[in-house]
Design a protein around this ligand. Structure first.
Ligand code: FAD
Length: 468
């Protein structure tokens, strides 16, 4: 791969998951990769101002984990040996979702449980060690530089504690996260604005570390509880993370924010659809204060639909699409997007050797296809709440019925649960749900759902035991 390298310099705006993974992939195609990150140099795996969500529970789905392992061979083994939990989604997740507990079985679908700050720190260490990469902290990008005719991006303007600087490059990648200012930079340069899709949720996360009670014997590594829309709006997670701790996150929609104080936090946990999270944490010892993060909405910006778009500029990560975090897809989408950027560069070099012409559009179009499935899955579920503000489309009611029925079925059918996890973990596309044996089981169950109430056809009450 290295011998094919022919581009000079690429600038990556933002040194979080999308920026770091993007930089790793770009190091195969550029002589020099410069990451400009607004935050000061971190001293260790600590929460940063630019990534406030880093203090809350973050799961990395199977597809994302495999991309990371491909980009950084041995990373997962190293993290497991240093205290991250390796978990099998079918066996080790106690997951109550939308009114029923998932069936449990050995799935071969892997998840790593650790704090987001530590995962990012590990990835950062690997990326910073690459000879092509230069990671510059305390550099806040303020705008793009284009050629006089505004046909292509030539570089960036940025601020450091010492003053203002400019830097030129063959390609600029925006990975500035949800707060990225790329849309307004493009508008100020006369390109217009990207179309925006938004589902307003007013979701709040409140998280706290606990030491598990000494004699607690749960047969799970992660417990998750999702509300059944539209009647319920509260949920929570417990994840076993490095250091033998539990990271407990509670969440509520539409302004129903989980409180930060001891009593309020426990009472909120007690009010969840099932008592299991409350029962696990009531005797656990809090290790930290609780912290809150608010997520106004899920949001997607359609850069691929813009009539005018500059050459030599691409965007990835939350700067394009910030998903509802409860579905745990964001970092996996960053990984898959970085991988896609690498594949697109390989194809592009073959089709248009030695030029960036056409790369931006080619990548943003492919990225929008990749994003369409996680976006559709999450927003469809969220639009079940009448309070969720956003574009509703014909056939949504039927989709809600189909998703809801499938989810109920996953509590009693290993086949349905397996296929659902394959899609959710982004290992397979939606076609995995169209297998004839699953369709037959779905049709029979769907018919049953018209006559048999939920508690008599789904596992609504008892957490199934993990298989040995
Ligand atoms: C509460 C919460 C829980 C979540 N849980 C999960 C989960 O369980 N699993 C999962 O996969 N995802 C989860 N996510 C989503 C995940 O955090 C994001 O998808 C992911 O962090 C996106 O990475 P990013 O690099 O695109 O953006 P960010 O992580 O937001 O990082 C953007 C970076 O760019 C820098 N930056 C911004 N502007 C500039 C500038 N002008 N100049 C220089 N630097 C700049 C910032 O300082 C920051 O470092 C969660 C999100 C939230 C809010």
């Amino acid at each position: 791969m290295r011998s094919e390298k022919r581009f000079g310099r690429v600038i990556v705006i933002g040194g979080s998951m999308a920026g770091l993974l993007g930089a790793r992939v770009l190091s195969d195609h550029f002589e020099q990769v410069i990451i400009l990150e607004r935050d000061p140099e971190p001293n260790g795996p600590e929460a940063r101002k630019g990534v406030p969500q880093g203090r809350h529970a973050h799961g990395l789905l199977d597809a994302g984990l495999h991309v990371l392992e491909t980009l950084f061979p041995g990373l997962m083994r190293e993290m497991y040996s240093e205290g991250a939990e390796r978990m099998d989604m079918g066996r080790d997740a106690a997951w109550y979702t939308a009114g029923s507990w998932k069936t449990r079985y050995i799935s071969g679908i892997e998840l790593i449980l650790c704090t987001r700050t530590w995962l990012e720190w590990k990835v950062r260490g690997r990326v910073a060690a690459l000879p092509q990469v230069e990671l510059r902290s305390s550099c806040a990008v303020e705008g793009l530089i284009t050629d006089p005719a505004h046909t292509r991006v030539m570089g960036v303007r940025f601020k450091t504690p010492e003053g203002e600087e400019t830097l030129m490059a063959d390609l600029v990648v925006d990975a500035g996260g949800r707060g990225s200012r790329a849309a307004s930079w493009l508008e100020a340069l006369g390109y217009g604005k990207p179309e925006e899709e938004e589902i307003r949720l007013r979701l709040a996360y409140t998280s706290r570390f606990f030491e598990p009670p000494p004699n607690y014997r749960g047969d799970w590594k992660m417990m998750a509880m999702f509300p059944r829309a539209p009647e319920q709006s509260r949920g929570g997670f417990i994840a076993r993370v490095e250091g033998g701790r539990w990271l407990v996150t509670l969440h509520g929609y539409f302004g129903d924010d989980p409180p930060r104080d001891d009593k309020g936090f426990l009472e909120f946990a007690r009010s969840l659809p099932q008592p299991d999270i409350y029962e696990a944490i009531r005797d656990a010892k809090p290790l930290t204060e609780a912290v809150v993060h608010k997520i106004p909405s899920s949001r997607m910006l359609h850069y691929e639909r813009m009539e005018n778009f500059p050459e030599a500029f691409v965007l990835l990560g939350d700067s394009v699409c910030a998903l509802n975090p409860v579905y745990g897809q964001g970092m996996t989408v960053c990984s898959l997007s970085a991988q896609l950027l690498g594949q697109t560069l390989v194809e592009h070099k073959r089709a248009s050797p030695g030029t960036m012409q056409g790369l931006s559009r080619r990548f943003q179009r492919k990225l929008s296809q990749l994003l369409s499935i996680p976006w559709m899955m999450g927003t469809t579920m969220d639009l079940k709440y009448p309070q969720a503000q956003g574009q509703r489309f014909p056939g949504l009611g039927l989709l809600h019925w189909a998703f809801g029925t499938l989810i109920d079925l996953t509590s009693v059918s290993t086949l349905a649960c397996r296929q659902f996890y394959e899609v959710m973990h982004m290992r397979r596309g939606m076609a995995a749900l169209l297998r004839p044996d699953l369709l037959a089981a779905f049709a029979a169950y769907g018919l049953k759902s018209l006559f048999v109430p939920l508690p008599r056809r789904a596992n609504v009450d008892t957490l199934p035991r993990a298989p040995a």
